[in-house]
Design a protein around this ligand. Structure first.
Ligand code: GLV
Length: 328
């Protein structure tokens, strides 16, 4: 009997066709995030799940899906999945690393440039009919070239953001739990520094860490207090890495100059106060959202799913222990 796959949202036809060649495929026809109870019902008889970061894959869902063997997350981050619960049930979990690195780095730069040069605010200004004449002091922003970029997290995406800074002649300071090798540091023209130094020295701070207990509220009141008053903060990682209330306070009180955010603590809810601030650029979690990259991510998730269902080790397995435990 062909395995059954449930796809939790509307995805890409190429990926659905690929899955249909290997399994019986059922999809959520509504393109709406299913409530936990709906997801449990819809996925109950599935052997594989193509899940999105908007789906909570927790012990309750896993218990409701006794046949489940593989959950392929359509994202590089997998903080929506309870890995312990998956391990306890021997469910393989996969993600989509690598294919979204450059696209996400592009978008971190889009936010950085937009926040520094007030692009979203300028767009609102023009649309509101306020552009009456060129003005010498109109919508002044901050230069990007020649400044110091502070990167928190120097994994794949952090490094890609760093590479782009070369064209702007920027100095790069970074903080991570481990240092990149000397060749990479020289290549990226980046120097490791303690977190406090990165925050104090940077003109732009961009966050590129996964969401873990240790990174929750990494940027809090104390972190904002260390930053320069003209510092601009960019977050394309996960919302809870930044204490949003502290960010609103820091922006509102002029302790930092601006922010560019793609992710939020309680998506899709936005911290009250954030949308009233002119000096923030807000995007709806679209850093990887290019036609090419989202299709690649979807195909990658589909391939992981099929591999796991066919008994092959999925190429992007994030819980190898579950794989080892299911081996004879
Ligand atoms: C997007 O946020 C992802 O983790 O892929």
């Amino acid at each position: 009997m062909a395995p059954r796959i449930f796809i939790t949202r509307r995805v890409f036809d190429d990926a659905v066709r690929y899955l249909e060649a290997h399994a019986e495929v059922v999809g959520n026809p509504t393109d709406r995030v299913l409530a936990p109870a709906e997801l449990k019902d819809a996925a109950a008889e599935s052997d594989g799940l193509l899940a999105l970061l908007t789906d909570r894959v927790d012990s309750e869902l896993l218990a409701a899906c006794p046949r489940l063997k593989v959950v392929a997350n359509f994202a590089v981050g997998y903080n929506n999945i309870d890995l312990d619960a998956a391990a306890a049930r021997g469910v393989l979990i996969t993600n989509t690393p690598g294919v979204l690195t450059e696209t996400t780095a592009d978008f971190a730069w889009a936010l950085l440039m937009a926040a520094a040069r007030r692009v979203a605010e300028a767009d609102r200004f023009v649309r509101d009919g306020k552009f009456r004449a060129w003005g010498p002091r109109m919508l002044l922003g901050h230069d990007v070239h020649g400044k110091t970029l502070g990167l928190i997290g120097m994994g794949r995406i952090g490094r890609s953001v760093a590479r782009r800074a070369a064209g702007f002649g920027m100095r790069i300071l970074y903080h991570d739990v481990s240092e990149v090798g000397p060749d990479a540091a020289a290549d990226l023209n980046a120097r490791w520094a303690p977190m406090e130094e990165v925050l104090a020295e940077a003109d732009f701070v961009s966050v590129h860490v996964p969401l873990l207990p240790a990174t929750r509220h990494l940027l809090d009141d104390a972190a904002f207090a260390r930053m320069k008053p003209h510092c601009i903060v960019i977050n394309t990682s996960r919302g809870p890495v930044v204490d949003e209330r502290a960010l609103v306070r820091a922006l509102g009180e002029g302790r930092i100059a601006g922010a560019g955010l793609d992710v939020y603590e309680r998506e899709p809810d936005i911290e009250p106060g954030l949308t009233e601030l002119e000096n923030v650029v807000l995007a709806p979690h679209i850093a990887s959202a290019s036609h090419e990259t989202r299709l690649r991510m979807c195909m990658m998730a589909a391939e992981n799913l099929v591999a796991g269902l066919e008994g092959r080790r999925p190429p992007n397995l994030v819980n190898p222990d579950a794989w080892d435990a299911t081996r004879p």
